[in-house]
Ligand binder design. Structure first.
Ligand SMILES: *Cc1c(COP(=O)(O)O)cnc(C)c1O
Length: 363
């Protein structure tokens, strides 16, 4: 059985060594020493100024919106995981969808400007599959119209744009450390921001707004535990080799898939380091995709329709803009299995089955 992804687990003895310390201190959560150590190590690894470790990659987007006082219209991408739209709805904001680019599936900066109104407060964009959005163009619009920029960088850990962490752009970037991501803490996430005041507000928000013995703001509970931090401390040093292992599988897919009937997203020219987070292919039609999924599943291989569906078509999103490119790509994109430890022979089998399925599919 081959799944689209498989979580990396570190050496159990290394993990339990860290747990021994937890047993000695009996400090299980609430900004413990392992959480602080992980935050420092992640800051050093990414080269960023402020980073707060939280419970997951969804709540950190909510904290960012809340801390920036964003309650009205937010221009966002329809091509992302459902969390990107849900956080806007959950925070009472109105998502306004700008369609994506045909070559790399990130939000199309040219389509943002016509959607800006007097109620627009922010842009929430996703670095799709670990590839950068049009960072300069988005920042130029934000500067001109005084908008905040938040990046959903759930896929971006370990990726660099112009030799700087991709998570170090915008007013804030968020990341997910869910078990399926390139770097994980079982469940977890973080927010990164160059703004010290914003980082302090989020520090308070993640622990009920509690400061000293008082409550200074209406916070929530978004702090993470020593057990999750311990996992992060074991996985973080392995990230460079995990990325190298992904890169080798990438190269094998690149060499063995038949691209006469498959499209691949491009990488932004500024990507000085990619993290090989996902291997998406776009098929000729949804029928070709469904046929390919059926063939792979017949051989116990589970790919994933990701991202699907286009978020502007979610039934609980009202009055959404139509986004023909995103709707089309979402219907045809499939992520193939990719994780460190996936055997060469298995990648070869996936390639053979995909090549056969797309060759015989009726478009
Ligand atoms: C995984 C993911 C999230 C959600 O992160 P969690 O840590 O699972 O809450 C949000 N956005 C994108 C693009 C993701 O891939």
């Amino acid at each position: 059985m081959i799944n689209v992804t498989k979580s990396y687990l570190p050496d159990l003895d290394e993990y339990t060594k860290l747990l021994k310390g937890v047993w000695e201190r009996v400090h299980l959560t609430n900004d413990g020493p392992l959480v602080r150590d992980l935050e420092e190590q992640m800051k050093a690894y990414l080269g960023v100024k402020n980073l707060r470790f939280c419970t997951n990659g969804t709540v950190v987007m909510q904290l960012a919106l809340k801390a920036m006082g964003i309650t009205k219209e937010v221009i966002t991408t329809p091509f992302s995981y459902v969390a990107t739209t849900n956080v806007l709805l959950w925070e009472g904001c109105t998502p306004v969808f700008a369609d994506i680019r045909t070559d790399d599936f990130t939000i199309d900066a040219d389509l943002i400007e016509p959607l800006i109104t007097e109620n627009t407060q922010a842009i929430l964009a996703t670095h799709v599959y670990g590839n950068a959005c049009q960072i300069e163009a988005i920042q130029a619009l934000a500067d001109r119209y005084k908008l905040k920029v938040i990046y959903d960088g759930a896929h971006a850990f370990g990726a660099e744009y112009n030799n700087r962490s991709l998570l170090d752009y915008g007013d804030a970037s968020t990341c997910s450390f869910h078990a399926t991501k390139v770097f994980h803490t079982v469940e977890g996430g973080c927010i990164i921001t160059p703004d010290d005041a914003l980082a302090t507000t989020i520090q308070h928000y993640r622990t009920f707004g509690h400061r000293n013995d008082d409550y200074f703001s209406m916070g929530i509970n978004a702090k993470n535990s020593e057990f999750h931090a311990a996992m992060g401390l074991c996985v973080l040093p392995k990230v460079p080799e995990l990325i190298e292992a992904r890169k080798a599988i990438f190269a094998q897919y690149d060499a063995q898939l038949d691209f006469s009937k498959l499209q691949r997203p491009t990488l932004a020219p500024g990507m000085t380091q990619y993290n090989y987070a996902y291997y998406p292919v776009v098929l000729e039609s949804e029928q070709a995709l469904l046929r390919t999924v059926e063939v792979l599943k017949g051989d116990d291989i589970t790919p994933r329709r990701y991202f699907y569906p286009s978020l502007n078509t979610l039934p609980f999103v009202k009055n959404a803009q139509s986004c023909p490119v995103s709707e089309d790509i979402a219907r045809r994109v499939l992520c193939l299995p990719l994780y460190p430890g996936l055997a060469e022979a298995d990648v070869e089998r996936v390639c053979r089955l995909v090549n056969e399925a797309v060759a015989e599919a009726i478009v």
